[in-house]
Design a protein around this ligand. Structure first.
Ligand code: DX5
Ligand code: ZN
Length: 230
Protein backbone atom coordinates (compact mmCIF):
# COMPACT_ATOMS: atom_id res chain seq x y z
CA UNK A 1 0.00 0.00 0.00
CA UNK A 2 1.25 3.48 -0.88
CA UNK A 3 1.46 5.81 2.10
CA UNK A 4 1.95 9.52 2.71
CA UNK A 5 4.33 11.01 5.25
CA UNK A 6 3.69 14.74 5.68
CA UNK A 7 6.85 16.62 6.60
CA UNK A 8 6.41 19.09 9.46
CA UNK A 9 9.23 21.20 8.03
CA UNK A 10 6.50 23.10 6.15
CA UNK A 11 4.07 23.17 9.09
CA UNK A 12 3.09 26.19 11.14
CA UNK A 13 5.07 25.56 14.34
CA UNK A 14 2.88 27.97 16.30
CA UNK A 15 0.17 25.33 16.11
CA UNK A 16 2.12 22.18 15.48
CA UNK A 17 -0.14 19.92 17.55
CA UNK A 18 -3.23 20.98 15.61
CA UNK A 19 -1.45 20.65 12.26
CA UNK A 20 -0.33 17.12 13.12
CA UNK A 21 -3.86 16.16 14.21
CA UNK A 22 -5.22 17.54 10.94
CA UNK A 23 -3.04 15.34 8.76
CA UNK A 24 -3.50 12.35 11.03
CA UNK A 25 -7.28 12.56 10.59
CA UNK A 26 -6.97 13.20 6.85
CA UNK A 27 -5.14 9.91 6.29
CA UNK A 28 -1.40 10.42 6.83
CA UNK A 29 0.51 7.23 7.65
CA UNK A 30 3.61 8.77 9.26
CA UNK A 31 4.86 12.11 10.50
CA UNK A 32 8.14 12.96 8.78
CA UNK A 33 10.56 15.01 10.90
CA UNK A 34 13.54 16.64 9.18
CA UNK A 35 16.53 16.97 11.46
CA UNK A 36 19.28 19.30 10.19
CA UNK A 37 22.53 20.34 11.82
CA UNK A 38 23.82 23.22 9.70
CA UNK A 39 26.84 21.10 8.69
CA UNK A 40 25.59 18.19 6.63
CA UNK A 41 22.98 20.50 5.11
CA UNK A 42 22.91 24.31 5.01
CA UNK A 43 20.00 24.64 7.42
CA UNK A 44 19.20 24.08 11.09
CA UNK A 45 15.98 22.59 12.36
CA UNK A 46 14.91 20.45 15.27
CA UNK A 47 16.30 17.82 17.63
CA UNK A 48 15.01 15.11 19.98
CA UNK A 49 13.22 17.69 22.12
CA UNK A 50 10.72 18.47 19.35
CA UNK A 51 10.36 14.79 18.51
CA UNK A 52 9.21 14.29 22.12
CA UNK A 53 6.45 16.82 21.55
CA UNK A 54 5.49 15.29 18.22
CA UNK A 55 5.27 11.95 20.05
CA UNK A 56 2.75 13.46 22.46
CA UNK A 57 0.73 14.91 19.60
CA UNK A 58 0.17 11.76 17.51
CA UNK A 59 -0.17 7.99 17.51
CA UNK A 60 1.30 7.80 14.00
CA UNK A 61 4.80 6.44 13.62
CA UNK A 62 7.45 9.17 13.59
CA UNK A 63 9.81 9.02 10.62
CA UNK A 64 13.00 10.85 11.62
CA UNK A 65 15.18 11.88 8.67
CA UNK A 66 18.60 12.74 10.09
CA UNK A 67 20.50 15.19 7.91
CA UNK A 68 23.30 15.47 10.43
CA UNK A 69 26.96 14.55 10.64
CA UNK A 70 27.81 11.55 12.83
CA UNK A 71 24.16 10.56 13.32
CA UNK A 72 25.36 7.56 15.37
CA UNK A 73 25.80 9.93 18.31
CA UNK A 74 22.08 10.77 18.40
CA UNK A 75 20.28 7.55 17.56
CA UNK A 76 19.58 6.70 21.21
CA UNK A 77 18.26 10.20 21.86
CA UNK A 78 15.86 10.12 18.90
CA UNK A 79 14.66 6.62 19.75
CA UNK A 80 14.03 7.61 23.37
CA UNK A 81 12.21 10.72 22.18
CA UNK A 82 9.77 8.49 20.31
CA UNK A 83 11.02 8.08 16.75
CA UNK A 84 9.89 4.81 15.13
CA UNK A 85 11.89 5.09 11.92
CA UNK A 86 15.35 6.63 11.67
CA UNK A 87 17.19 7.23 8.42
CA UNK A 88 20.77 8.35 7.87
CA UNK A 89 22.85 9.51 4.91
CA UNK A 90 25.84 7.25 4.07
CA UNK A 91 28.12 10.30 3.58
CA UNK A 92 27.46 11.39 7.16
CA UNK A 93 28.59 8.27 8.98
CA UNK A 94 31.90 6.37 8.66
CA UNK A 95 30.49 2.95 9.52
CA UNK A 96 27.09 2.73 7.92
CA UNK A 97 26.57 -0.94 8.75
CA UNK A 98 27.22 -0.29 12.43
CA UNK A 99 24.94 2.76 12.42
CA UNK A 100 22.12 0.77 10.79
CA UNK A 101 22.54 -1.92 13.45
CA UNK A 102 22.45 0.72 16.17
CA UNK A 103 19.11 1.99 14.83
CA UNK A 104 17.71 -1.56 14.89
CA UNK A 105 19.03 -2.18 18.39
CA UNK A 106 17.32 1.01 19.52
CA UNK A 107 14.04 -0.61 18.42
CA UNK A 108 13.47 1.50 15.29
CA UNK A 109 13.15 0.73 11.62
CA UNK A 110 16.37 1.61 9.85
CA UNK A 111 16.58 3.61 6.65
CA UNK A 112 19.37 4.80 4.40
CA UNK A 113 19.05 8.02 2.37
CA UNK A 114 20.42 8.77 -1.08
CA UNK A 115 21.09 12.34 -2.17
CA UNK A 116 20.35 13.17 -5.81
CA UNK A 117 24.01 12.79 -6.83
CA UNK A 118 24.70 9.73 -4.67
CA UNK A 119 24.78 6.57 -6.80
CA UNK A 120 22.77 3.47 -5.94
CA UNK A 121 26.06 1.57 -5.76
CA UNK A 122 26.67 3.29 -2.42
CA UNK A 123 24.01 1.12 -0.78
CA UNK A 124 24.39 -2.17 -2.67
CA UNK A 125 26.02 -3.91 0.28
CA UNK A 126 23.60 -2.59 2.88
CA UNK A 127 20.34 -2.89 0.96
CA UNK A 128 19.42 -6.24 2.49
CA UNK A 129 19.95 -4.83 5.98
CA UNK A 130 17.66 -1.81 5.82
CA UNK A 131 13.90 -1.51 6.27
CA UNK A 132 13.64 1.34 3.78
CA UNK A 133 15.59 3.43 1.33
CA UNK A 134 14.79 7.13 1.22
CA UNK A 135 15.48 8.61 -2.17
CA UNK A 136 16.02 12.37 -2.18
CA UNK A 137 14.38 14.00 -5.19
CA UNK A 138 15.75 17.43 -4.18
CA UNK A 139 19.01 18.41 -2.52
CA UNK A 140 18.30 18.13 1.20
CA UNK A 141 18.02 21.23 3.36
CA UNK A 142 14.80 22.97 2.46
CA UNK A 143 11.19 22.29 1.66
CA UNK A 144 9.46 23.81 -1.35
CA UNK A 145 12.08 22.85 -3.94
CA UNK A 146 11.36 21.46 -7.39
CA UNK A 147 11.34 17.70 -7.97
CA UNK A 148 14.46 16.63 -9.90
CA UNK A 149 13.08 14.74 -12.94
CA UNK A 150 15.93 12.19 -13.17
CA UNK A 151 14.75 10.87 -9.78
CA UNK A 152 12.09 8.86 -11.62
CA UNK A 153 14.68 6.81 -13.46
CA UNK A 154 16.65 6.38 -10.25
CA UNK A 155 13.48 5.18 -8.52
CA UNK A 156 13.00 2.51 -11.17
CA UNK A 157 16.62 1.40 -10.88
CA UNK A 158 16.32 1.30 -7.09
CA UNK A 159 13.19 -0.85 -7.37
CA UNK A 160 15.09 -3.24 -9.67
CA UNK A 161 18.06 -3.38 -7.31
CA UNK A 162 15.79 -4.19 -4.36
CA UNK A 163 14.15 -7.01 -6.33
CA UNK A 164 17.45 -8.36 -7.58
CA UNK A 165 18.86 -8.50 -4.04
CA UNK A 166 15.63 -9.90 -2.54
CA UNK A 167 15.72 -7.00 -0.11
CA UNK A 168 12.68 -6.35 2.09
CA UNK A 169 13.36 -2.59 1.87
CA UNK A 170 10.51 -0.24 1.08
CA UNK A 171 11.08 2.85 -1.07
CA UNK A 172 10.38 6.31 0.29
CA UNK A 173 10.77 9.45 -1.78
CA UNK A 174 11.35 12.94 -0.45
CA UNK A 175 11.32 16.35 -2.12
CA UNK A 176 9.04 18.21 -4.48
CA UNK A 177 6.29 15.59 -4.32
CA UNK A 178 2.74 16.79 -4.99
CA UNK A 179 -0.50 15.95 -6.78
CA UNK A 180 1.00 16.81 -10.19
CA UNK A 181 3.78 14.23 -10.09
CA UNK A 182 2.57 11.68 -7.49
CA UNK A 183 1.11 9.32 -10.10
CA UNK A 184 4.36 8.90 -12.03
CA UNK A 185 6.29 8.62 -8.78
CA UNK A 186 4.06 5.74 -7.67
CA UNK A 187 4.29 4.14 -11.12
CA UNK A 188 8.10 4.29 -10.85
CA UNK A 189 8.03 2.33 -7.59
CA UNK A 190 7.80 4.65 -4.57
CA UNK A 191 5.80 3.27 -1.65
CA UNK A 192 6.02 6.08 0.90
CA UNK A 193 5.70 9.67 -0.34
CA UNK A 194 7.00 12.50 1.84
CA UNK A 195 5.16 15.75 1.20
CA UNK A 196 5.98 19.02 2.92
CA UNK A 197 4.84 22.14 1.09
CA UNK A 198 2.23 20.22 -0.97
CA UNK A 199 0.39 19.50 2.29
CA UNK A 200 1.29 22.07 4.95
CA UNK A 201 1.94 24.81 2.42
CA UNK A 202 -1.60 24.49 1.09
CA UNK A 203 -4.42 26.68 2.31
CA UNK A 204 -6.24 23.60 3.55
CA UNK A 205 -3.76 20.86 4.53
CA UNK A 206 -6.48 18.24 5.13
CA UNK A 207 -7.95 18.75 1.64
CA UNK A 208 -4.50 18.82 0.07
CA UNK A 209 -3.59 15.54 1.72
CA UNK A 210 -6.86 13.92 0.68
CA UNK A 211 -6.32 15.05 -2.90
CA UNK A 212 -2.82 13.60 -2.86
CA UNK A 213 -4.18 10.33 -1.44
CA UNK A 214 -6.71 10.14 -4.26
CA UNK A 215 -4.02 10.59 -6.90
CA UNK A 216 -1.88 7.97 -5.20
CA UNK A 217 -4.72 5.45 -4.85
CA UNK A 218 -5.70 5.69 -8.50
CA UNK A 219 -2.06 5.39 -9.60
CA UNK A 220 -1.78 2.35 -7.36
CA UNK A 221 -4.86 0.73 -8.80
CA UNK A 222 -3.70 1.49 -12.37
CA UNK A 223 -0.43 -0.23 -11.48
CA UNK A 224 -2.17 -3.34 -10.22
CA UNK A 225 -4.05 -3.62 -13.51
CA UNK A 226 -7.14 -1.71 -12.49
CA UNK A 227 -7.95 -3.79 -9.41
CA UNK A 228 -9.37 -1.50 -6.75
CA UNK A 229 -7.20 -1.31 -3.67
CA UNK A 230 -8.88 -1.06 -0.28
C1 DX5 B 1 14.28 18.37 2.50
C2 DX5 B 1 13.49 17.50 3.42
C3 DX5 B 1 12.10 17.24 3.00
C4 DX5 B 1 11.23 18.47 2.86
C5 DX5 B 1 10.26 18.15 1.76
O1 DX5 B 1 15.58 18.39 2.94
O2 DX5 B 1 14.13 16.26 3.60
O3 DX5 B 1 11.48 16.28 3.85
O4 DX5 B 1 10.53 18.81 4.00
O5 DX5 B 1 9.54 19.30 1.46
P1 DX5 B 1 8.78 19.45 0.07
O6 DX5 B 1 7.77 18.32 0.00
O7 DX5 B 1 8.16 20.79 0.14
O8 DX5 B 1 9.80 19.32 -1.01
ZN1 ZN C 1 12.98 14.68 4.74
Amino acid sequence: MIEIAPSILSADFRRLEEQIATVEHAGASYIHVDVMDGHFVPNLTVGPFIVEWVRKATKLPIDAHLMIEAPENFIGAFARAGANMISVHPEATYHLDRTINQIRQAGCQAGVVLNPATPLAMIEEIIVEVDYVLLMSVNPGFSGQKFIPSSLDKLRRLRDLIRMKFSPARIEIDGGVGPDNAAEIVAAGAEILVAGSAVFGAENPAEALKELLLVVKSAESAKSGGRVMA
